[in-house]
Design a protein around this ligand. Structure first.
Ligand code: NAP
Length: 284
């Protein structure tokens, strides 16, 4: 029997509806949750992503502003602008769209954002909070993957979860979240020997690499849950993930499609984080 689909479009719609509901409640108390997005340069993909973020916010009642800055903006000017936004009580979330131009140090820029407004969850303080199990902001993609696992009632305790990819924004935080839920976690990367032997032992596989057909049916245990984070293009130019979807769906128990899987969940979790930032600011 082919795998059941984990529908990111449907689940993200539910999450957006909850965000809209909680946002309306905050607004009724006179608080308008606000996200400030900073875009430096004219990267076409970043332009699309930031416009989506504004649209998503507006549709759920959040206020989002998009500030565009030229590619040659000095780093000091960007840092000064972030500090202004840090000090502005009307702004609850600050997002600097990555990648930044080469003359900027992305870590330095991100770490200038006040941790209480780090709705991307990329600040070192957010990473540290996740590592020690303290409240912070979770990076949107792993956060969305966890929501998908929760939605199918996946009990991770004692399960073997294999994360392929070890980036700071996806692979590592994903592994920490699975560990928090008492899974036994293996992290694989480009130097992993015999990836297939490891993935074949997995009850849950999260593929976050950026290589199409990295995970094929022969690498998956029957009934496993497969979450495909990858975003690639196939020969026809269509969006596809890291997983050979048609092959793996014959073996897996659950699988996320691309498109319509992790992508919409990532977008939805930014809204959740922004709303939470506004709610926490009221509670302080
Ligand atoms: P990244 O920073 O490039 O990291 C990729 C990881 O894959 C690295 O850890 C790398 O290992 C590992 N890797 C490369 N080749 C491998 C191989 N043959 N076997 C096993 N591991 C291998 O990428 P990222 O930012 O984490 O993103 C990963 C993918 O997810 C990309 O396709 C990206 O577009 C996509 N993505 C999607 C969403 C979404 O919302 N759907 C959000 C974020 C990212 P090393 O560390 O050893 O180099």
């Amino acid at each position: 029997m082919p795998a059941q689909l984990i529908d990111g479009n449907a689940l993200s719609k539910q999450i957006r509806a909850e965000v809209a509901h909680r946002t309306a409640a905050l607004k009724a108390r006179g608080v308008q949750p606000k996200l400030a997005i900073l875009l430096v340069g004219d990267d076409p993909a970043s332009d699309v992503y930031t416009r989506h973020k504004v649209k998503d916010s507006t549709e759920t009642g959040l206020l989002a502003t998009l500030e565009r800055h030229p590619a040659d903006l000095p780093e000091a000017a960007l840092l000064a602008r972030i500090r202004e936004l840090n000090a502005d009580p009307a702004v609850h979330g600050i997002l600097v769209q990555l990648p930044l131009p080469r003359h900027m140090d992305a870590s330095h820029v991100i770490e200038t954002i006040a941790p209480a407004k780090d709705v991307d969850g990329f600040h070192i303080a957010s990473a540290g909070a996740l590592m020690v199990g303290r409240p912070g902001f979770l990076p949107c993609t792993p956060y969305g993957c966890m929501k998908m696992l929760d939605a199918i009632g996946c009990d991770l305790r004692g399960k073997h979860a294999v994360v392929i990819g070890r980036s700071n924004i996806v692979g590592k935080p994903m592994a920490m979240l699975l560990l928090q839920r008492h899974a036994t976690v293996t992290i694989c990367h480009s130097a992993t020997a015999n990836l297939a032997a490891i993935t074949r032992q997995a009850d849950v596989i999260v593929a976050a690499v950026g290589k199409r057909n990295l995970l094929t049916a022969d690498m998956v245990k029957p009934g496993a849950v497969v979450i495909d984070v990858g975003m690639n293009r196939n020969d026809a130019g269509a969006l596809c993930g890291d997983v050979d979807f048609e092959g793996v769906r014959q073996v897996a128990g659950w699988i996320t499609p691309v498109p319509g899987g992790v992508g919409p969940m990532t977008r939805a979790m930014l809204l959740v984080n922004t709303l939470e930032a506004a709610e926490r600011a009221q509670a302080d």
